[in-house]
Design a protein around this ligand. Structure first.
Ligand code: UDP
Length: 474
């Protein structure tokens, strides 16, 4: 019998972490399934930047959708924007909804072409593009949402935005309507979630998109079955759709330039195995000024070498020049002279740092890509979640035993103390029983990750095959 041909359309949100995971998925699909047509959909700007930094097989196609971030079509009532303090992000979110007509045209064209060639079309979209479910229904094509978060984190995050508001919650701990067994603490909610009343701009957008996502035909999750089995089962039962764990998908744009960061690697080479702490809070986050000071003092007290990907504090444009006053006097100079600290003012080659033998722990905001990259390299995590679903990623990491939390949040009232920084770094990296257990557990997870794609019987290989089969049979 002739094999069913498939055309997979990948449509990530326009942000580095999301595009990265989708690019890894594109590469994986291409290398494992030669009979697929793969189209990566994005804006002309993003496609140009992907093509200039990532070498793609010519069999992966790109399709551009015209986009203007200025043309956002926000509802007239926009007073709440200033209160939310994320005006650019919300404006940008709304602008992405203008991609809909061009995406609709594209799916219309390929679905009618595919019908005449006997090819099945599958749309794989991002969580912020829930509206693609309606486009897929209109043209009767199979749809899947790809979660670039943990399964648990995404479940909690979706539920929190769908069931608003949280302003009236009277207790510190509360459960979620869809998942009564999950307890959330108010301090795990970001400022915009706490302020969202269900009718403001952030709520309106996220509630709509996340509710639509729940109507998809299946979920792909960048996770590993062995890591999140019970949460995968829980979400599948609640949404009544199949869930396919297909992680860890790592690489994408991060693996673009192997020569980048030679200086960092040479610096790492100077240090003994597992002795260096790597600190980064992802592609978008900053700390409060007082938190940066405490972190610096805590690092100094810890006496361990570190690499710190450092940004101006919250409220300052990331493109502004870095000012010494944001750190203790002469801190950077002193740490560099002592070969104790390496400061990255810009983009760090994170994958190369994490996979270097001298890296012993990662202080991270626990964005899911960073988590996967760390565990895949066998590096334990010191968590400092700042927003989004990061707090909930930490919940499972702590439960699994690969992470210790040092601080939480970057709001003015979120506390961090230098003593705690030094203590946690020592606990995770030092010669003590707790640290040893944590490091061993992280190595076990690393082995599980390496096994997820090993052969046809492994969990993620089966997940991806199951997803393609479901799309073909739809
Ligand atoms: N990243 C990097 N260098 C940096 C900062 C970030 O390579 O200096 C990469 C990191 O490896 C990860 C992604 O950017 O793949 C960040 O994604 P994550 O989900 O961890 O956090 P987000 O930036 O989305 O909050």
């Amino acid at each position: 019998m002739e094999e069913q041909k498939s055309h997979i359309v990948l449509f990530p949100f326009l942000a580095h972490g999301h595009i990265n995971a989708f690019l890894s998925l594109a590469s994986f699909l291409h290398h494992r399934y030669s009979n697929l047509t793969i189209t990566f959909v994005s804006t002309p700007h993003h496609i140009r930047s992907i093509q200039s930094s990532f070498s793609f097989s010519s069999s992966i196609q790109f399709h551009s959708l015209p986009f203007s971030a200025e043309s956002h079509g926000l509802p007239p009532n926009t007073e709440s924007l200033a209160d939310l303090q994320v005006p650019q992000f919300i404006t940008f979110m709304y602008a992405t909804e203008n991609l809909q007509p061009a995406f609709d045209d594209f799916i219309s064209t390929i679905s009618s072409d595919s019908a005449s060639h006997g090819t099945k079309v599958t749309v794989v979209s991002d969580i912020f593009f829930g509206w693609t479910v309606e486009v897929a229904r209109k043209y009767r094509v199979f749809h899947s949402v790809f979660h670039t978060m943990s399964c648990y984190g995404a479940a909690v995050f979706f539920s929190l935005w769908i069931n608003l508001p949280h302003t009236k919650t009277t207790t510190d701990w509360f459960s979620l309507p869809e998942y009564p067994d999950i307890m959330v603490h108010r301090s795990q909610l970001s400022k915009n979630l706490l302020m969202a009343d269900g009718t403001d701009l952030a709520s309106t957008f996220l509630k709509r998109e996340f509710s639509l996502c729940c109507k998809t035909d299946s979920l792909l999750v960048n996770t590993v079955e062995e890591l999140e089995q019970k949460w995968i089962d829980m979400v599948a039962k609640s949404l009544k759709i199949p869930i396919f764990p297909i992680g860890p998908l790592i690489g994408g744009l991060n693996s673009a330039s192997p020569s980048a960061g030679t200086e960092i690697i040479e610096w790492l080479d100077l240090h003994p195995p597992a002795s260096v702490l790597y600190i980064s809070f992802g592609s978008q986050n900053s700390l409060q000024k007082n938190q940066m000071l405490e972190l610096a003092l805590g690092l100094e007290a810890s006496k361990r070498p570190f690499i710190w990907v450092i940004r101006p504090p919250t409220g300052i444009d990331v493109k502004d020049d870095f000012r010494d006053e944001w750190l203790p006097a002469d801190f950077e100079k002193k740490m560099e002279e002592e070969k104790r600290g390496f400061f990255v003012h810009g983009w760090a080659p994170q994958l190369a740092i994490l996979s270097h033998k001298s890296t012993g722990a990662f202080m991270s905001h626990c964005g899911w890509n960073s988590v996967l990259e760390s565990l895949n390299a066998g590096v334990p995590i010191i968590s400092w979640p700042l927003g989004g679903e990061q707090h909930f990623n930490v919940t499972i990491l702590v439960e699994i035993g690969v992470c210790v939390q040092v601080a939480r949040g970057n709001m003015e009232n979120s506390e961090v103390k230098k003593e705690k920084v030094a203590d946690v770094v020592e606990m995770v990296m030092g010669d003590n029983e707790e640290g040893r257990v944590l490091r061993e557990k992280t190595k076990i997870i690393m082995e599980i990750f390496k096994g997820a794609w090993k052969d046809e019987s492994c969990s993620s290989t089966k997940g991806l095959a199951g997803f393609l089969k479901l799309g073909n049979n739809k």
